[in-house]
Design a protein around this ligand. Structure first.
Ligand SMILES: *Cc1c(COP(=O)(O)O)cnc(C)c1O
Length: 440
């Protein structure tokens, strides 16, 4: 891939620079404080794994706007597809007069989504909207109401998905009332529970049986690798045991792959790492390279349980976003980006895999592909260390490296670069993070 910006970190001012500071002054007078930011460094353009701010500083992007620009910023094919489409046809509304891009995205999703059965899709605008639609579809199909989610889950910020999101602060506090019939159940969190996948599943199933009742449940939602919850990788066997339980009890298994799906973990879907074949899958973040697009894809008989007009929306699957998605899916296949994500995993493991041995505040380094979490703890314990995370983030962003935070205790450093990031950039960024860890 050709990059329009040299793939290197370069600072020409302090961070944030003067132009960022000026924008920040305007921003606090016009933008809601509720849209909080990780770093007040304003961006001008980007290419590959490098962000260029309004002062001309080049920063290493370890977050991809939360796992969105997986194929790299300003991917030339995505940019060309968007430019061509926006001049040709930008909107008709698929449910008034349809167009081919929508059908092609649904065809492509049916090909790449796990499962050897007929699959249908609905396209919408955002991850939360996809989750909401999966809830509607599962309830319509099963005629049941209860929705089960995992502890530490993140499913979005709409009223329904807030209720499905685990932590109260800052996502939910003061914003109820929330809808009922949402139940959070224990997950598999090997660093904290020490259980095998089978043991964790037995605990979860017992919880569902004794607190909710298996025959009451419409859908079981799981992020195969939890993202905002702290890049939690469940123990092998947990997800497939839960899938078996769902199949035996007529429960729709929904894999929320909004963050971990579409090449992020070195497979099309994180489910594949665990041999999991979900009934429904939600996708969004990495799907269209930065354009708003999300999908629910799954078993045709479940997806078609909804009456015509029962799901949809004005902008869902618009021609431009779907053009971008087709370019993204094509680039992943043609450029071997699943293998690139696996390369990033090898480079990250080689570079940061021993941090738990080297730094007392690091409890665990975990992840797959280009999706890693570093859980920070009070030395010698498993108690969360949010202060350490704040210190690492402050040092990183001052130094031109932009990672993410995560975790219900705000104590997990999340590293999710584009899969086109070079080994030199991985090395440079890891060095900056190490400087911070060494001072703690
Ligand atoms: C980001 C995210 C969502 C919500 O997506 P939005 O596009 O922000 O509405 C839902 N589920 C998971 C797993 C996510 O990471």
């Amino acid at each position: 891939m050709a990059f329009s910006v040299p793939q290197e970190r370069k600072l020409v001012t302090e961070l944030p620079g003067p132009n960022s500071l000026a924008l920040q002054e305007r921003r606090v007078r016009s933008v809601s404080r509720g849209a909080g930011t990780l770093a007040n460094i304003y961006m001008d353009h980007a290419s590959g794994a490098i962000l260029v701010d309004v002062d001309g500083n080049q920063l290493i992007d370890l977050g991809c706007g939360i796992g969105v620009t997986t194929v790299g910023h300003a991917h030339p094919d995505v940019a060309a597809a968007v430019a061509e489409q926006v001049a040709r046809l930008t909107h008709t509304l698929f449910t008034v007069t349809p167009y081919e891009n929508y059908v092609r995205v649904a065809e492509r999703l049916a090909q790449i989504t796990p499962g050897d059965f007929e699959k249908h899709s609905i396209l919408v605008n955002s991850g939360a909207e996809a989750v909401e639609n999966a809830v509607k579809i599962a309830r319509r199909y099963t005629g049941r109401r209860a929705i089960v989610t995992l502890d530490h889950a993140f499913h979005g910020r709409t009223n329904l998905t807030m209720a499905m999101t685990y932590r109260p602060w800052p996502e939910r506090e003061g914003m109820g009332p929330f809808p009922g019939e949402i139940y959070s159940v224990p997950l598999s969190y090997p660093f904290r529970d020490g259980l095998t996948g089978e043991e964790a599943a037995a605990r979860t199933i017992d919880y569902i049986r004794t607190h909710i009742g298996a025959r009451e449940v419409a859908a079981f939602f799981a992020e195969p690798i939890l993202g905002d919850g702290g890049v939690i990788v469940p123990a092998d066997g947990f997800l497939t045991a839960m899938k078996d339980f769902c199949a035996e009890n007529g429960i729709v298994f929904v894999a929320d792959e909004i963050q971990a799906g579409i090449a992020r973990t070195g497979r099309w879907y994180a489910s594949e790492h665990f041999g999991l074949v979900p009934d429904l899958v939600t996708t969004a973040k990495g799907l269209a390279g930065g354009l708003p697009l999300a999908a629910v894809t799954g078993r045709a008989e479940i997806m078609d349980a909804v009456q015509p007009g029962g799901i949809g929306g004005t902008f869902g699957g618009n021609p431009v976003s779907t053009a971008a998605a087709l370019a993204v899916l094509e680039a992943i296949e043609r450029d071997g980006l699943l293998a690139e994500a696996q390369r990033v995993e090898r480079e990250l493991r080689a570079r940061i895999g021993d941090w738990a041995d080297r730094f007392p505040v690091v409890g665990e380094v975990r992840g797959k592909g280009a999706m890693f979490g570093v859980e920070l703890v009070q030395p010698g314990t498993t108690r969360p260390n949010p202060h350490a995370l704040q210190a690492v983030l402050a040092h990183a962003t001052r130094s031109g490296v932009v990672p993410l935070d995560a975790g219900s205790w705000d104590s997990v450093l999340r590293i999710m670069p584009s899969v086109v990031i070079s080994e030199d950039l991985v090395d440079d960024a890891a060095g900056v993070l190490e400087e911070a860890l060494a001072t703690l």
